[in-house]
Design a binder for this molecule. Structure first.
Ligand SMILES: NC(=O)c1ccc[n+]([C@@H]2O[C@H](COP(=O)([O-])OP(=O)(O)OC[C@H]3O[C@@H](n4cnc5c(N)ncnc54)[C@H](O)[C@@H]3O)[C@@H](O)[C@H]2O)c1
Ligand SMILES: O=C(O)CC[C@@H](O)C(=O)O
Length: 390
């Protein structure tokens, strides 16, 4: 039986082609879809039909997906770590420059002057250009909050531009630490970072711990005249507190990817329409990675880059059927499943069992004629949340 995927948002053609190559259909309706592939569509409150076994975000953040509910229902949730990091890095560096010199107002000024005489126009520009002068990034301090895929790339370029870089990331993984340039000075607390940085850029996920991470309590800790850059998520910054801090200090500019009505006509806020990852390269990288991960999960039960399940991959053995199941990570479930298989006299040729927090995932390859009702039998076992016979 073929698989079908409900897609939301504009998914790059190269990613969709990977699905077509595997005979996986993209469908309009969620009703009988096996999986969902999306970018920023909000899935909170969506009633997933039982057919849905996996959701893939062509992007880094998964805050638009009800991950906890998916885990409880045995739905795998994938993302594409690092696939759009370069695009965001480039726009962050652009933002540092935009906030340092009168680039946007200067261009606007030049565009608006209706002076036909060339000499007069040139003279006007020379006279007025002092309004658009600014400062250099060289020698300034950049504070990076979140030193993962994007944070570490931003650090590297900023160091190349002659900036001093300080970082804060209490949850830094060993892998991310390896990627980080060793000139980045690690700060012990967020306020320490805020107090020494001329520019602060945020690269953390939107999770409970980062909600309003920048708020009325810590905004006074910023260096006078500092710039705040937010290409992470709107929920990480209390924007009302930021507007107060722009009005009465200490910060002088807020650059973000998340416009608010209250930002309209403010010269000290530069808000872009969530375009951090909007490059052809990033969109293709994300779509291809998400499509390949979904296809491997649907066709083979292998898991790569799931945020709620362990990394599991087992080569297929010819002439076997593969049973995969997800269960609450409690003792005895695998034993019960193996007993059911033994009662049916199936010969297990290979198997794998791994856990990730409260959830466990299993692959069992079996020889012989495995009837489809094995899914039903295994699904009856307490704590099993999802079963597939592939
Ligand atoms: N604007 C856009 O279009 C766009 C594009 C890509 C990513 N994003 C956002 O940026 C976020 C980061 O992306 P990434 O690819 O670098 O992710 P990543 O997972 O590689 O890095 C996130 C880092 O944040 C750290 N972190 C977690 N909690 C923290 C905390 N309380 N304080 C400091 N650090 C903390 C983690 O340890 C990790 O190192 C994503 O979750 C997403 O929300 C936005
Ligand atoms: O799809 C996009 O354009 C945005 C993706 C971005 O928000 C992410 O979390 O990776």
């Amino acid at each position: 039986m073929g698989f079908s995927i409900k897609t939301y948002n504009q998914i790059a053609e190269r990613g969709l082609a990977r699905l077509a190559q595997q005979d996986i259909l993209c469908v309009e309706s969620l009703d009988r879809a096996d999986a969902i592939l999306l970018r920023s569509e909000k899935l909170h409150g969506v009633d997933f039909p039982p057919s849905v076994r996996a959701i893939a975000r062509a992007g880094a953040g998964v805050n638009n997906i009800p991950v906890e509910l998916c885990s409880a229902r045995g739905i795998a949730v994938f993302n594409t770590p690092g696939a759009n990091a370069n695009a965001v890095k480039e726009l962050v560096i652009c933002s540092l420059l935009l906030s340092s010199r009168g680039i946007l107002p200067g261009i606007q000024f030049a565009r608006e002057q209706a002076v036909d005489d060339r000499a007069a126009l040139h003279a006007l520009m020379e006279k007025q250009k002092k309004q658009f002068a600014g400062n250099e990034l060289f020698g300034k301090t950049l504070g990076i909050v979140g030193l993962g895929a994007i944070g570490s790339m931003v650090a590297e370029v900023a160091l190349g531009l002659g900036m001093k870089v300080v970082g804060y990331d209490p949850a830094l993984s060993v892998e991310a630490a390896w990627r980080l340039p060793n000139q980045v000075e690690r700060m012990e607390g967020l306020n320490n970072l805020l107090s020494v940085s001329d520019y602060v850029t945020l690269h953390v996920p939107a999770i409970e711990a980062t909600l309003n991470l920048i708020n009325a309590d810590n905004l006074p800790a910023f260096k006078p005249g500092a710039v705040l850059v937010n290409f992470a998520r709107e929920a990480i910054v209390d924007y009302k507190a930021v507007l107060n801090a722009l009005d009465s200090g200490p910060i002088r500019h807020y650059i973000c990817d998340f416009p608010e009505p209250a930002f309209r006509n403010r010269q000290d806020v530069t808000a872009m329409p969530h375009i951090g990852a909007s490059t052809q390269e990033a969109e293709e990288n994300c779509a291809v990675m998400a499509a390949e991960q979904l296809a491997d999960y649907l066709l083979n039960g292998n898991i790569k880059n799931a945020v709620n399940l362990p990394e599991v991959s087992m080569p297929r053995v010819p002439n076997t059927r593969r049973l995969t199941f997800i269960n609450d990570n409690v003792a005895g479930v695998l034993g019960q499943v193996l007993s059911v298989l033994a009662e049916q006299s199936f010969n297990v040729v290979d198997m794998m069992n791994k856990s990730h927090g409260d959830v466990a995932y299993n692959i069992i390859d079996m020889e012989g004629d495995v009837p489809e009702n094995i899914e039903f039998l295994i699904g009856q076992i307490e704590h099993v949340t999802s079963v597939r016979l592939i």
